[in-house]
Design a protein around this ligand. Structure first.
Ligand code: BG6
Length: 491
């Protein structure tokens, strides 16, 4: 039996952009999973809306096809799919027409009395007028909350304009800015690792850690997102949001509570402590690249300009040397890199600890390496600690020491539990009203402020992306970025 829903839980989910790519690939399959596992109240109505002229049945058909295509095989249970599709309704709405909102409001019912969760999965250029339309009707009622998919602007000024528009209709505590990395299980596990174990925290500072690397590499190219990506580039698409959130989680002070205010207060302090990278140091602290033709995972891949069908100066790769200027992280470099058409899809956080202060093994020819912690986010989830051990033997020719891994495969350790995709978690939190894993306005604005200076530095110094072959780890200058400090990228 399901517990009776609390008044905090939404009874309507209004999904803008309901026929779009994100809705079909992620949102509908995630909502289905929540439905199948009885995690959302049976009374929750899901109302999709978009410009396409469809009726309820047309939308149910589209959703059914999306589920068949994107659900893993073990999830395709016909009975649950049929009952899920029955929950769906659809309203055709062109958000440039104020009348559309009256239609929506009529379809949803008395917004002021309903607890509506609104999810905007549309182009950000539509955000402001959508919010104005919601405000003008009773849809942005006193209990309504809004979830917004990225990108929230393309710089600080445009992000502020969107945030100001949101504020006219939704207070901050009912605004849920999505960064889907925060919905990923291993990203949350970072908090468990840091704050659920006594082992790491005493060393988690400039005294114990030598350098940190964060890599988010993808093997895919443009994937049909030509217009969007060319306007954005890797810095805005991946670093401004996902990678800065990862830095914030790695570097933040322990929050006093595991709640939205405490966690986000600590994250924003980190984001505000990032040392500016600007025209004075952009040449030594950043590298940008754009992929040319090459081979990725054994298959020929065209170059970016070929995919785009015109030359472009957009970066598809970025590497940065960042610093968090506070007591804890004084002098510790955070190397970040992210790119498209890399040799594989892999995201990881790599922590290099400091070497022991004095090696007692040196006089017996024993070589020591400093400990490392590798937190793999994807494709597989694992945490691996590299420690020194003595090789078995009598050591007649000197002591032989070797680095061996203490491995925690989360996939194996929790083999019995279902791996949920990030949007299942985030949609459920939106419906239940828990903003802990969403990005607060001050965070998003601190992120943009840092990113804008980097972009400005590139423009002022005339920095252009360097070519790299698809299927490689970016331009060679990215290797030089770390090698200058005597550091190699972890691969
Ligand atoms: C999105 C970016 O935010 O994240 C995409 O816009 C990128 O360009 C995607 O491919 C990567 O997400 P994930 O979950 O596959 O690492």
């Amino acid at each position: 039996m399901t517990a009776s829903p609390s008044p905090e839980i939404s009874n309507t989910l209004l999904l803008f952009g309901a026929t779009g790519d994100l809705a079909r690939r992620m949102l509908l399959p995630s909502l289905f999973a929540l439905h199948a596992d009885e995690l959302i109240p049976p009374a929750l109505e899901i109302v999709g809306t978009a410009r396409s002229a469809l009726d309820d049945d047309g939308f149910r058909k589209l959703a059914g096809e999306a589920l068949t295509r994107y659900l893993p095989e073990d999830r395709r249970q016909e009975k649950s799919i049929a009952s899920f599709l029955k929950r769906l309704r659809y309203v055709t709405a062109d958000t440039s027409e104020p009348a559309a909102f009256a239609e929506l409001s009529k379809a949803v019912g008395n917004g002021a009395a309903r607890n509506i969760a609104i999810f905007l999965s549309t182009a950000p250029s539509l955000f402001e007028r959508t919010i104005a339309g919601l405000r003008a009707t009773n849809l942005a009622g006193p209990m309504a909350r809004i979830g917004l998919e990225k990108p929230l602007g393309h710089d600080l000024a445009s992000s502020r304009a969107i945030n100001d528009a949101i504020r006219t209709a939704f207070p901050e505590e009912r605004t849920f800015r999505i960064d889907h990395y925060l919905g990923k299980e291993t990203v949350q596990n970072l908090l468990a690792l840091r704050f659920g174990n006594g082992l790491f925290e005493p060393l988690w500072n400039a005294g114990g850690i030598d350098q940190v690397q964060i890599t988010v590499s993808e093997s895919i190219g443009l994937e049909g997102r030509v217009g969007f990506y060319d306007e954005a580039g890797a810095l805005r698409d991946m670093v401004q949001n996902h990678m800065l959130q990862l830095i914030a989680l790695v570097a933040m002070e322990p929050p006093a509570h595991f709640d939205a205010a405490s966690v986000r207060d600590e994250k924003v302090k980190v984001l505000r402590s990032l040392r500016p990278i600007d025209r004075s140091n952009v040449a030594t602290h950043s590298v940008i690249g754009q992929y040319g033709p090459g081979a990725v995972c054994g298959a020929q891949a065209p170059g970016y300009a070929e995919e785009l069908k015109r030359p472009s100066e957009t970066e598809t790769f970025v590497a940065l040397k960042a610093h968090v200027d506070n007591w804890r992280w004084k002098g510790v470099p955070f190397y970040l890199r992210s790119g498209k058409r890399m040799p594989n899809r892999h995201s990881e956080i790599f922590i290099q600890f400091k070497a022991v202060p004095h090696s007692i093994f040196a006089e017996r020819d024993g070589q020591l390496q400093a400990n490392k912690l590798v937190i793999r986010l994807q494709p597989e989830e694992s945490i691996r600690l590299l420690v020194m051990a003595k090789e078995p033997g009598l050591d007649r020719d000197g002591i032989r020491l070797r680095e061996v891994p203490l491995d925690l495969s989360l996939t194996q350790a929790f083999a019995g539990s279902r791996r949920r995709i990030a949007y299942e978690r985030l949609l459920l939190d939106l419906i239940e009203g828990d903003p802990t894993l969403f990005v607060r306005r001050d965070e998003v604005e601190a992120q943009w402020a840092w990113i804008d200076r980097i972009r400005d530095g590139w423009t002022k110094t005339g920095m252009k992306p360097r070519p790299y072959a698809a299927g490689t780890w970016g331009p060679s200058a990215a290797i030089a970025l770390t090698e200058r400090d005597g550091v190699s990228w972890h691969e």
